[in-house]
Write a protein that binds this ligand. Structure first.
Ligand code: SF4
Length: 522
């Protein structure tokens, strides 16, 4: 049989990105080569997301587009993994008959068996228990197998030396628009020992920054005889990992934000001052229909509590516009909340009903698409405007940046008349001197980020110095993050990925700070 060559496509959230790294590790351990080019793979794994119709549709349409290739290459294996797999189960085969195996997110440990079956010509499926009365215990066996994979099976460390580590699985919040509690099951917190062991193993392999993941991570709770752990306890323990430089956590639910966790930003030295706490709406009526469990005033109070404990914390939020019944007045309340909170960054999504959710069952999707698009744009504009204003305060400041990799749009930062490729080579002018590129999405985070459409497009092309005037010629352009998670772009020498460097900010856009490197170990 041909050697295994696998390509993995992941859609959606950080959980899926983490699952993609686990799938990568698992399949490598089974002897596969993981390839970047899907055309050279004989196994295609689609890691799907069910949270928004758009991501799901993209996955199914990309699978459908493989029909001709599957006829040409009958041995080609196609796997559908993740939330969509659990959401639809065997019904996936009605919509996507080309799929050979279906694997729920909690059954990733079965992935190589599923691939083996498919290569032997047998369709197979591995699902989590349906969400029901049995609750967390029903997930015990598959969680234990996943824990073993997560703690001991993770071998690869990316160039950025950042890693996600799961602190919790599942969700019990049942926001009315969301499928996650059904597809990822009830909340289960991993033991502090398992999380700490995984972090230590990753740091031993070179990881510098760890982000703990959970759908509502501030609900973390692990009971041991004589001790109940919350997220603040877990952060303190993980921050003690020798060699770890930065620690983050996402995503926080406003209802579960406590004064104790707020003070962790002040008291845990490695904890980065960045809080992702989605508000979703500024209208109490909409929040109630969303089943979010707080009012706009309570949300504002939680933010104030965090800022009082640690004023340097950058607060980021998510919003859904066009939720059923959202009036113009409701939307104004969201704009008002944004003006008052002055978020450092934000994502905006247009509501789409998801099968199996309470919102889809109870509330007609009654905000016209055109109006959703208008509100989406207006909110992005406001978020961008505020971030652009607040980012001016960084100009002239020296900051520490963990370098993630080459800048995705190096030309944005280039001198007029030059473009700088990710490999560091300065290319011949691709555009006439003085051309100002119309930046569309500089964050790499999708068009819903504040960078989308209205991001940094109005910034002039900038001539930045790198390592002083003398070094300003042909270095690569790098992208990195400050502890407060702001994106920084700067010129620098080769080999900076994964390094912490010091930069001085020269210029600021809504999401990007443009800087000069003045200190690195390279
Ligand atoms: S907190 Fe709400 S939006 Fe987030 S995963 Fe849970 S149910 Fe979904």
């Amino acid at each position: 049989m041909e050697p295994l060559r696998v390509h993995i496509t992941a859609y959606g959230c950080q959980m899926n990105r983490l699952d993609a790294t686990l799938a990568d590790d698992l399949l490598r351990a089974a002897g596969a080569r993981v390839v970047d080019d899907p055309a050279s793979a004989n196994v295609l794994v689609f890691l799907t997301c069910s949270v928004r119709a758009h991501a799901e549709d993209r996955a199914f349409s990309n699978i459908g587009a493989l029909a001709e290739r599957k006829t040409r290459e009958p041995g080609l294996v196609i796997g559908l993994v993740g939330c969509t797999a659990q959401q639809y189960g065997p019904e996936v085969w009605q919509r996507a008959p080309l799929v050979d195996f279906i694997c729920a997110p909690g059954r990733l440990a079965d992935l190589s068996d599923l691939v083996r079956e498919a290569r032997a010509g047998r369709r197979s499926i591995a699902l989590d228990p349906a969400r029901g009365k049995e609750e967390p215990e029903a997930f015990g066996e598959s969680d234990a197998r996943l824990d073993a994979v997560e703690v001991r099976g993770r071998h690869r460390v990316g160039r950025s030396r950042q890693a996600f580590v799961r602190a919790m699985r599942g969700c019990d919040m049942f926001c009315s628009y969301c499928v996650v509690p059904n597809v990822r099951g009830p909340e289960r917190s991993r033991s502090p020992a398992a999380v700490a062991e995984e972090v230590q193993r990753l740091v031993d392999r070179g990881v510098r920054e760890v982000t703990l993941l959970g759908q509502a991570i501030n609900r973390y709770r692990f009971d041991q005889p004589g001790r109940a752990w919350d997220l603040a306890d877990l952060l303190e323990k993980v921050a003690g990992t020798p060699g770890l430089a930065r620690l983050r956590f996402i995503t926080s639910h406003p209802k579960a934000m406590t004064a104790r966790l707020a003070s962790a930003f002040r008291d845990v030295p490695l904890l980065c001052p960045h809080l992702h706490m989605p508000a979703q709406s500024g209208s109490d009526a909409v929040l109630e229909r969303m089943n979010r469990g707080y009012t706009a005033a309570e949300y504002a109070q939680r933010v104030a509590m965090v800022r009082e404990a640690a004023p340097q914390v950058a607060v980021a939020s998510d919003f859904i516009v066009g939720f059923p019944g959202e009036t113009g007045e409701d939307f104004e309340a969201t704009l008002d909340l944004v003006r008052r909170m002055r978020f450092a960054s934000g994502f905006v999504f247009k509501y789409s009903p998801r099968p199996g959710t309470r919102a889809a069952r109870r509330y007609p999707d009654d905000v016209p698409q055109k109006e959703k698009v208008r509100r989406h744009r207006e909110l992005l504009d406001l978020l961008g405007e505020i971030a652009a204003q607040d980012n001016q305060a960084f100009i002239g400041r020296e900051m520490t940046v963990l370098v993630e990799g080459p800048a995705p749009r190096p030309w944005l930062n280039a001198r007029a008349g030059q473009t700088c490729r990710p490999n560091g080579a300065v290319a011949l002018p691709a555009n006439p001197p003085g051309f100002v590129p119309k930046n569309r999405d500089y964050s790499g985070a999708g068009q819903s980020a504040i960078s989308g459409r209205r991001g940094d497009r109005n910034l002039p092309a900038i001539a930045l110095r790198s390592l002083g005037e003398a070094g300003a010629t042909a270095g690569p352009q790098w992208r990195g993050r400050t502890p407060c998670h702001r994106l920084v772009v700067f010129d620098g020498p080769a080999g900076l990925a994964g390094e912490e460097v010091r930069v001085r900010v020269e210029r600021a856009g809504p999401i990007t700070l443009f800087a000069t490197l003045f200190q690195s170990t390279i």
